[in-house]
Design a protein around this ligand. Structure first.
Ligand SMILES: Nc1ncnc2c1ncn2[C@@H]1O[C@H](COP(=O)(O)OP(=O)(O)OP(=O)(O)O)[C@@H](O)[C@H]1O
Ligand SMILES: [Mg+2]
Length: 258
């Protein structure tokens, strides 16, 4: 499977046009500045990793991209257009953004089937198409055996698969994944890696992923960057990044290998 992912990578289609541009972005909560004058791009059709220690601000950056957190300073450009002041729901529909949050993301008292159908109700008019899409996603994410289980009774990994499936209901151009590998067993990690790469390959979706399962993340991205103390301290291909002394110092530590 790893070689399959690698083969996909070599063949993968890449464009050097930014789809997300963070310009001089500053994020603060009260008096605490989390991210300072950050400049960061995600290229069109790229899978881009965002690494960084706990509390570095990765989720906050994602929240600012979708509009849940208002930057104290700076701009967020999506597809070249200033999106900084566009409200979340309009921003996500206008630019086709789907987000899988680090925590939660499903209705705990709805079953797996009902959760996916609920999202489908918002985005797909035809009932037959809604059903077909829901069943297709349940198959794709191997959720058949828990289809009628309320999400509060799912295991950690099953919840990750469900929230990913929910993000896949609507037509997506930009996919933001906040810790998609957390709590997944090794075979599920490979399944999700393959789904991520196939979304890039066949649907030309631009994807950004943050995760502490660094090997799993580096196994499926084109490039990645390391966020530390409010700014990007290193970026490059996975092979470049693991050798970068600043990345080693700020995140990987000595002896990390992929
Ligand atoms: N809504 C909020 N109000 C106040 N402080 C917040 C809020 N959200 C995040 N923070 C703080 O901002 C900092 C960055 O948090 P964030 O969740 O963005 O980090 P992260 O890089 O995603 O960390 P992790 O790897 O643990 O997920 C943390 O110190 C956190 O406590
Ligand atoms: Mg986070």
């Amino acid at each position: 499977m790893a070689s399959l992912i690698k083969k996909f990578r070599i063949k993968s289609f890449k464009e050097e046009t930014p789809i997300i541009e963070l310009k001089d972005l500053t994020i603060s909560y009260g008096n605490r500045q989390i991210v300072e004058h950050l400049n960061m791009n995600v290229q069109k059709s790229e899978i881009c990793g965002l690494l960084g220690p706990n509390g570095a601000g990765k989720s906050s950056i994602y929240h600012s991209i979708i509009g849940l957190v208002k930057p104290a300073f700076g701009k967020i450009l999506i597809n070249g257009e200033d999106a900084t002041d566009i409200p979340t729901h309009l921003r996500c529909s206008k630019f086709g953004i789907s987000w899988v949050p680090q925590y939660g993301g499903s209705w705990s008292d709805l079953t797996v089937f009902e959760n996916i159908m609920a999202v489908a109700e918002l985005h797909i008019k035809s009932k037959d198409e809604r059903l077909a899409k829901t069943n297709n996603l349940i198959r794709k994410f191997e959720l058949n055996n828990v289809i009628n289980l309320k999400s509060k009774y799912l295991s950690g990994g099953q919840v990750r698969k469900l929230t990913l499936a929910m993000a896949m209901v609507k037509e997506t151009k930009i996919l933001i994944l906040d810790e998609p590998f957390a709590a997944l067993d090794p075979q599920s990690v490979r399944m999700i890696q393959q789904i991520i790469v196939s979304l890039q390959m066949f649907e030309k979706i631009s994807i950004t992923i943050s995760d502490h399962s660094s090997r799993d993340l580096l196994g499926c991205v084109d490039s990645a960057m390391v966020l530390s103390e409010g700014s990007i301290v290193a970026k490059g291909t996975p092979q470049e990044l693991v050798k970068n002394t600043k990345a080693i110092e700020a995140y990987f530590g000595e002896g990390f290998k992929i």
